[in-house]
Design a protein around this ligand. Structure first.
Ligand code: ADE
Length: 247
């Protein structure tokens, strides 16, 4: 998977991509991350990349010419990649969108800054606008990090176990069940005995119920679209009636 990050602040990416799983994915050649500094494509004397908005108002707008020159150069090398603009006004990022994006040949991610980009950049280049949540960042760079991270985990070979990405929260439409590792007791808090029982059927059932319980408590709207069995529905009814606290 090829990621091309189009940014005014390439230095913001040196930390996030030089640690842990993404670093290994790059080293293994599974993920290719290239940084493109928009300022390198501003050819006027002062290398200006922003300007005042027509019509007045607060803030600055990213100029069309440097972004166009940068995007045309990147697109020439990556004709198959989709162009994504990170903006709080975009489509909300979700696990299903992440898995969709992971099927692409590559992503060219424009990190929006200031009050946004000149609308003509959108019209000419942008295939999709993506928001990572209903809040406003100082720029699209952290959103690009989130996007690269979330998509990379779905590239075969990036995670240690091929099951890991599929077992995540959201992959089955529910939040993940609680996990424990040794010791069996810590500061008076014991690991649920079923997990030590070796009874795989009971463990599976307990995990499913804990997933349902967490989803019910934290993200109940997910239950409307999750794939639920009759037993799940019965358990949710118990939760709604104030039961299901202890098994
Ligand atoms: N740029 C600023 N805020 C953002 C957000 N919430 N998502 C994506 N890009 C952004």
């Amino acid at each position: 998977m090829k990621f091309d990050l189009v940014t005014l602040f390439p230095g913001m990416f040196s930390g996030p991509f030089s640690e842990s799983i993404i670093k290994k994915a790059v080293e293994k050649g599974l993920v290719d991350i290239a940084l493109h500094n928009i300022r390198d494509f501003a050819f006027d004397k002062h290398r200006v990349t922003d300007d005042y908005p027509y019509g007045g108002g607060a803030g600055m707008v990213m100029k069309v010419e440097p972004l166009t020159a940068c995007l045309e150069s990147v697109k020439a090398a990556r004709p198959l990649s989709k162009v994504v603009l990170t903006t709080p006004g975009g489509r909300p990022l979700s696990q299903s969108l992440v898995t969709e994006l992971a099927l692409e040949d590559g992503l060219i991610i424009i990190c929006g800054r200031y009050e946004g980009v000149d609308e003509r950049v959108r019209e000419i280049f942008v295939d999709m606008e993506i928001s990572i949540g209903d809040f406003v960042l100082t720029g699209g760079e952290p959103a690009a990090v989130v996007l690269v991270d979330a998509v990379s985990r779905h590239i075969p070979g990036v995670l240690g176990s091929c099951e890991s990405a599929l077992d995540d929260s959201f992959c089955n439409g529910l939040l993940e069940y609680p996990q424990y590792t040794r010791p069996p007791e810590f500061r008076g808090l014991a690991v649920p005995s079923v997990l030590l029982s070796g009874n795989h059927l009971e463990i599976k059932r307990w995990r499913r119920r804990e997933s349902l319980r967490r989803t019910f408590l934290v993200r109940p709207e997910l239950l409307d679209t999750a794939d639920l069995t009759e037993e799940d529905k019965q358990f949710i009814r118990t939760l709604r009636n104030g039961g299901g606290i202890q098994d």
